[in-house]
Design a protein around this ligand. Structure first.
Ligand SMILES: C[S@@+](CC[C@H](N)C(=O)[O-])C[C@H]1O[C@@H](n2cnc3c(N)ncnc32)[C@H](O)[C@@H]1O
Length: 254
């Protein structure tokens, strides 16, 4: 298995991903997309990005750091595409195959085992903040996109100093750092917005909550569950205080 930046992240994005797949299987397929959007959370954010990226039926799309595949599953259902999911955690890759039937591979985004210029669009949601190697990730995304291909990003941006305790293994860029990284990788930003991660339909939130409750019922006594809760709680506190801002971006590969 490919290792992430911290053991806490491996619990959150690996172990809990496998548990999420099991809980969705128990509760029903209508729970898959809401429960599968770990980090991207909001349907409005996904729609804003898909519109900005101009995703048309049949387009070749990559989801880099796809998690259990919720956003890619949403895109497949809404826009008539079949995204390729690349994700380092094997349990999450299993979930995106099993829950959404999407082609999925185990890979970190700074070393994608994919040919040059094979995607019309790519998105990466809540992923850049999980690695120090942001330039390499953006370089790889640029490499696999066709010239003029579009990139969609959700990035948690630091508005200044962050109050501890911080989530283990995360590295949040400032807005200025993000803009410079994109320009250095050969991207031109054409759209930017602050995401409201709470504006999904009520039914979406209820289904995500039901899956969380089922995971807790089955695994709430296990250390990995507590570790994952602590991680996501720390991110949540930074978002609530406004020290972290969820930023959506669409950029064109030059
Ligand atoms: C906050 S989750 C977001 C998952 C998914 N994109 C979503 O929006 O639901 C971050 C994901 O990034 C993955 N990840 C961590 N480091 C990565 C890297 N270097 N390359 C690609 N993905 C990475 C994690 O395993 C995890 O699935």
């Amino acid at each position: 298995m490919t290792e992430l930046a911290s053991e806490a992240m491996e619990s959150e994005f690996g172990t809990v991903a496998g548990w999420t797949e099991q809980a969705v299987r128990a509760l029903g397929p209508e729970h898959a997309v809401p429960a599968g959007c770990r980090g991207s959370g909001s349907e409005a954010a996904l729609r804003w990005l898909a519109d900005g990226m101009g995703v048309r039926p049949g387009a070749r799309v990559l989801d880099a750091g796809a998690g259990v595949g919720g956003p890619a599953g949403w895109l497949a259902a809404e826009r008539g595409v079949r995204p390729v999911c690349a994700e380092p955690m094997a349990e999450a890759v299993h979930a995106s195959r099993a829950l959404f039937g999407l082609p999925s591979l185990v890979a970190v985004s700074q070393a994608l085992p994919l040919a040059d210029a094979v995607f019309d669009a790519a998105w990466s949601l809540g992923v850049l903040c999980t690695t120090e190697d942001k330039a390499a990730v953006l370089g790889e995304l640029h490499r696999v996109l066709v010239p003029g291909g579009r990139l969609g990003l959700l990035v948690f941006v630091a508005e200044g100093d962050l109050t501890p305790p911080l989530p283990d293994g995360n590295s949040f860029p400032t807005s200025g750092e993000l803009d410079a990284l994109l320009a250095d990788a050969g991207f031109r930003v054409i759209g930017s917005a602050r995401a409201d991660l709470s504006d999904s339909p009520a039914e979406w939130q209820q289904r995500a909550d039901a899956v969380d409750a089922e995971v807790r019922r089955r695994h709430g006594h296990e250390p990995a569950w507590a570790q994952a809760q602590e991680q996501s709680g720390r991110v949540g506190r930074l978002l609530d205080s406004g020290e972290l801002v969820p930023r959506l971006l669409v950029a064109v590969a030059g």
